[in-house]
Design a protein around this ligand. Structure first.
Ligand code: ATP
Ligand code: MG
Length: 183
């Protein structure tokens, strides 16, 4: 599985529709301070269902919407689409049969969030479920952010266990058991 490209529009500093392609050999994104490198990572987390504004370096969830600059007016909504190459079948479930999986999230100033899977409206849960056990996901270890290593070192045993369970691929079964028990 590989992230092929990200399409951003109205998200943080990416006000105009922008496509960031990730070629097979891509190893890093470079640029001057404040040019939007970390915003790209925030975009990935956001689509995967990140629901904490703080984790996206903002105060409220609508802070991800472009809020204007000296030259441009603020816009009314933000949208991000992540396109994954799934020709190796890593992503399972209902959409596992597709060689390409596109996940999209949109939010309006009113705070209305919508999610789409290959163009069809879905729930946040449908997106988080696809990634359970893959090591990806909004809080997964695939994205190592500043301070994460020290947080793991200082983590309480239960917190550390969540990370180990995700790495071992059993978190999806635990999630299903929890759902069944709550029914
Ligand atoms: P560094 O090298 O310092 O880590 P960076 O390339 O990671 O920089 P980012 O943190 O991704 O930079 O981008 C910060 C820029 O995004 C700032 O200029 C900030 O004003 C802009 N920005 C963040 N949120 C918004 C928003 N909602 N609307 C407009 N601009 C925004
Ligand atoms: Mg940065």
């Amino acid at each position: 599985m590989r992230l092929k490209c990200i399409r951003l529009a109205g998200f943080k500093s990416f006000v105009d529709p922008t496509t960031v392609p990730f070629t097979k050999n891509m190893t890093c994104v470079v640029g001057p301070n404040g040019c939007g490198k970390s915003n790209i990572i925030d975009a990935v987390r956001w689509v995967m269902g990140e629901s904490s504004a703080k984790h996206l370096r903002g105060e409220s969830m609508t802070d991800v919407i472009f809020n204007g600059s000296t030259a441009r007016k603020p816009v009314g909504q933000a949208s991000i689409e992540l396109v994954f190459d799934n020709s190796d079948g890593t992503l399972k479930g209902q959409y596992g049969q597709y060689a390409e999986i596109a996940l999209k999230r949109q939010v309006t100033r009113e705070g209305q969030s919508s999610y789409y899977l290959n163009g069809t409206k879905c729930r946040r849960k449908d997106i988080t479920e696809i990634f359970l056990g893959t090591g990806l996901g909004s809080r997964s270890y695939a994205i190592i952010e500043q301070g994460m290593i020290s947080r793991l070192i200082e983590a309480k045993p239960e917190e550390l266990r969540n990370t180990i369970e995700e790495a071992a691929g059993i978190s999806k079964y635990k999630e299903r058991r929890r759902e069944t028990e709550n029914r």
